[in-house]
Design a protein around this ligand. Structure first.
Ligand code: 1CP
Length: 349
């Protein structure tokens, strides 16, 4: 933080993340940049995803698009969870219509030991994009992010997107030593990715453990939580949001990993999530979520009812950041997102 920066921010997202009462409920959308916006499709025309992620001027513009269009309470850096793997020299590409594809899947002790380290200067274009964005964003906070070790491991082991994560779990159960070596290496890479972003100026971070909900709580605690906790413990000075999908049974363990804010998907009402997250003698939990992304495809009367319900249920929390329960679906009408922002801003926190 520079000498001239205010010590406390009144930005609603940062107030809510700290458990305070903001002027209005803050709202942003996971995957708010990207395929639902025609201006995004236009600017990405002919430019591969990863090339875009390493071009500061493009990252700046794509990150700004949803802020300008919707008036959301935060920008999220346009990047991807595999960007630090690419910066480390691991062979990963993002294939249109598929997602991350890994050239040589990592399934043995030898391939884990051969994983490269990530030198921070490999992320210089990302840091440069963050500096450009802070200069442009003014009072609107910029959220940085990374994929958590488990979710990254799933892509590396499976070789690409996976429904059941079966090779991932097979390695976890059959060779715990190799498993922990892999998650340890990924925790180190993820920590570098996040600390570079914080040093460059992001004002909050979100750790995406999108696929952690595939695990039982017992397995999560044994095989995953220590590595995510190491990442979260190494990031200082900004609020930390910890998010996964299908994590109703994992929420307390995810909070214990060190998060200030726990992201909740649409399967669990926020008041029930708060009940599960609460511990006697500790401050009321702060939550983020949890509109079903598919509900945005319904009539606006339905959307409005759902938004009002979620803001109401969020009152049980110490603070509430309104968001979806997972990312914006590509066929979402951007007008609906703008109307949701207007509606949320008209409500009392
Ligand atoms: O608002 C934003 O768009 C921010 C940028 C962002 C973020 C936060 C992108 C751009 N990716 C992510 C995170 C990300 N990437 C996650 C965690 C969040 C989540 O659970 O949705 C995951 C799991 C990925 C991996 C990934 N990258 C996928 C999912 C594949 C699967 O397993 O189902 C996909 C499709 C990508 C590519 C990608 N990343 C981002 C965009 C806009 C795209 C589409 C690529 C394109 O436009 O060609």
């Amino acid at each position: 933080m520079s000498d001239t920066a205010p010590r406390t921010s009144t930005a609603p997202l940062l107030v809510a993340a700290a458990g305070g009462t903001p002027a209005h409920p803050p709202v942003w959308f996971m995957r708010q940049a990207g395929r639902s916006l025609p201006e995004y499709r236009e600017i990405r025309e002919g430019i591969p995803m990863l090339e875009a992620c390493f071009t500061p001027e493009l990252v700046r513009e794509i990150t700004m698009q949803p802020v300008r269009r919707h008036g959301v309470d935060a920008a999220i850096l346009f990047s991807d969870i595999v960007v630090p793997l690419v910066a480390a020299g691991i062979g990963v590409d993002i294939v249109p219509g598929t997602g991350p594809v890994v050239a040589e899947p990592v399934r043995t002790r030898e391939s884990v030991e051969a994983l490269p380290l990530l030198a921070p200067d490999g992320l210089d274009p990302v840091a440069e994009a963050i500096r450009l964005l802070r200069a442009e964003l003014g009072e609107t906070p910029l959220i940085g992010f990374a994929g958590a070790p488990f979710t990254l491991a799933s892509y590396l082991i499976e070789g690409g997107p996976s429904r059941h994560h079966e090779r991932t779990k097979a390695l976890m159960y059959s060779d715990p030593a190799t498993w922990h070596a892999l998650l340890g290496a990924l925790a180190t890479i993820t920590t570098t990715f996040l600390t570079v972003q914080v040093a460059a100026g992001v004002q909050a971070v979100q750790l995406f453990d999108s696929w952690a909900g595939a695990l039982s709580e017992r397995d999560y605690r044994e095989f995953v939580q220590p590595h995510s906790a190491r990442v979260l413990g190494a990031v200082h000075g900004v609020p930390k949001i910890h998010f996964g999908v299908g994590t109703a049974e994992l929420l307390p363990a995810m909070r214990e990993a060190g998060a200030d804010v726990v992201g909740v998907d649409w399967r669990l009402p926020l008041d029930e999530a708060v009940r599960r997250l609460s511990r006697p003698g500790t401050p009321a939990p702060v939550v983020q979520g949890n509109l079903d992304p598919a509900a945005l495809l319904a009539d606006f009367a339905v959307v409005e009812r759902e938004v009002r319900r979620i803001v109401e249920e969020g009152r049980a929390a110490g603070g509430h950041i309104v968001n979806l329960g997972h990312g914006v679906l590509p066929n979402t009408d951007p007008e609906v997102l703008t109307r949701v922002v207007e509606l949320v801003h008209s409500l009392t926190p």
